[in-house]
Design a binder for this molecule. Structure first.
Ligand SMILES: [Zn+2]
Length: 480
């Protein structure tokens, strides 16, 4: 496969649809929320009744500008909507209101570790409804709740050269979108959807582009691209021609299937939407939105590196998921100076639990920041060892108790009570007179043997450092 990739370098582009978390739909007052019963959130406007008129939801425009700025785009202040005409049962008007040749944002980029992926455009549009194919029912049902839900379409330039890079770009893009707080970015609910297109270059010439739809996860995007690169390579190898078409990703059988031969823009008979008058956004309004942009992942990574002295890889891994970075900062406020330890817990043991449970971030675990703070304090004060802390964490997650409660309930605390330790140390010295004498005559290793004995006697609950200190003290006294 690697040889073929070299022979036909892939050219990949992405198209992301982001559902905006506004209170109401883009052109009417219907609620924009997930999970209502079918056709409960509809009105004459989003159902396309004759004589109704759309009115643009101002919040959609603000969110759109926020995203376009967050992706480093130039804002096109002249707002013009177009009708994209096609027939489909989930589209009651038989056209979708979208933006065509004058999109909201142009010419942005997403910064990867060592590459910049250009963003071609960002535009606003309305969503269509949803067909429901009930099993055993003769036909299909249609739910118009989603009709008129505000979307942003984000289109990359075909800058990507591998499925892995597509995956990295999507992760980075999702991270930025989460920081902008304009959408829940939940792929399972369809708030974030992705299509990909891929062609293979032959002898330096661009190939024919194939679009892949039905991608429900970033891994699906990457796997479908790998499959398509192989498939198109085989077509070219056998002397065939790759056709311009749209293909569906079949996640179960890991292959793409022909959906339709690809349509062209002129098939849609785009024309300016006569019911929405073009207007301009003032420079002041754009600047106000720019000033209000949050700190984005890249800047936060730099701050964690320089301010908290975190290694670059840790800083980048933490900030790539906003909820994890927020969690980290919340903990750090309570236990300053423990940045590296906190990062280790969040990126290590806690992230492993997140992955095992198929969750999004450490926030979704039953382990609030206060619990991690408590765990770090228990280690720092010497009450438990680092090794014990790992067990405490597992138990705390299982029992939903705080780490201190787990330590208490299971009697896990290290014995740091000096009186108890001294008593045990005396017994050890009495039982091992030879080792004691050896140490006192200058054999340093003998002390480690005694420390081992003391730890055994206290069943591992005595901290090694304290044990050593007590034995040294004790043997000095005996000697003296
Ligand atoms: Zn409506």
């Amino acid at each position: 496969m690697s040889e073929r990739v070299n022979e036909y370098p892939p050219v990949i582009g992405l198209e992301v649809h982001l559902q905006l978390a506004t209170a109401s739909k883009i052109f009417c007052g219907c609620a924009n929320s997930f999970g209502a019963s079918p056709n409960a959130q509809v009105c004459p406007v989003c159902l396309g009744f004759p004589g109704t008129l759309p009115v643009l939801n101002r919040q959609v425009l603000r969110f759109g500008i926020r995203v376009a700025l967050g992706l480093n785009c130039r804002i096109q202040p002249r707002i013009v909507f177009h009708r994209k005409n096609y027939f489909y049962p989930d589209l009651p008007k038989n056209y979708q209101i979208s933006q065509y040749d004058l999109p909201l944002g142009l010419g942005g980029f997403v910064q990867l570790k060592d590459r910049r992926i250009r963003i071609h455009r960002v535009h606003m549009e309305e969503d269509a409804g949803k067909l429901i194919h009930e099993e055993g029912e003769g036909g299909s049902l249609v739910d118009f709740n989603r009709t008129g839900v505000p979307l942003l379409e984000i289109v990359s330039e075909p800058d990507l050269t591998s499925p892995e890079e597509a995956y990295e770009t999507l992760k980075t893009l999702k991270g930025i979108l989460q920081y902008l707080e304009v959408s829940d970015c939940d792929m399972e609910k369809g708030s974030l959807r992705c299509d990909a297109n891929v062609s293979l270059k032959t002898g330096g010439a661009m190939g024919t582009k194939v679009e892949i739809k039905n991608l429900n996860s970033f891994k699906g995007v990457s796997r479908s691209l790998s499959y398509e690169i192989l498939r198109q390579g085989e077509v070219l190898d056998s002397g065939g021609k790759v056709l311009q078409e749209t293909r569906l990703w079949d996640d179960v059988n890991e292959r793409t299937l022909l959906m339709r031969s690809k349509e062209y823009a002129h098939d849609y008979r785009y024309f300016p939407e006569p019911d929405l008058v073009p207007f301009s956004v003032s420079e002041n309004e754009i600047e106000a939105i720019r000033k209000d942009l949050p700190e984005l992942p890249e800047a936060r990574t730099r701050r964690f590196e320089s301010g908290e002295k975190l290694p670059a890889a840790d800083a980048k891994a933490l900030t790539s998921v906003k909820a994890n970075a927020d969690y980290f900062e919340e903990c750090l406020k309570a236990v300053p100076g423990t940045a590296k330890a906190l990062a280790n817990w969040i990126l290590g043991d806690l992230s492993r639990e997140v992955n095992e449970r198929n969750l999004e971030s450490v926030r979704d675990l039953s382990f609030p920041p206060g619990h991690l703070v408590e765990l770090v304090k228990l280690i720092d004060s010497g009450r438990i060892s680092g090794k014990m802390a790992k067990e405490v964490l597992v138990e705390a997650l299982k029992s939903r108790q705080s780490p201190a409660a787990v330590v208490q309930a299971r009697g896990l605390a290290q014995v740091t009570d000096l009186a108890v330790l001294k008593e045990a140390a005396l017994l050890v010295v009495k039982e091992q007179p030879q080792a004691a004498a050896d140490y006192q005559s200058g054999k340093e290793q003998a002390l480690m043997f005694l420390v081992g004995q003391l730890m055994r006697r206290t069943k591992g609950a005595a901290s090694p450092a304290v044990s050593q200190e007590i034995l040294r003290e004790l043997l000095k006294e005996v000697k003296g």
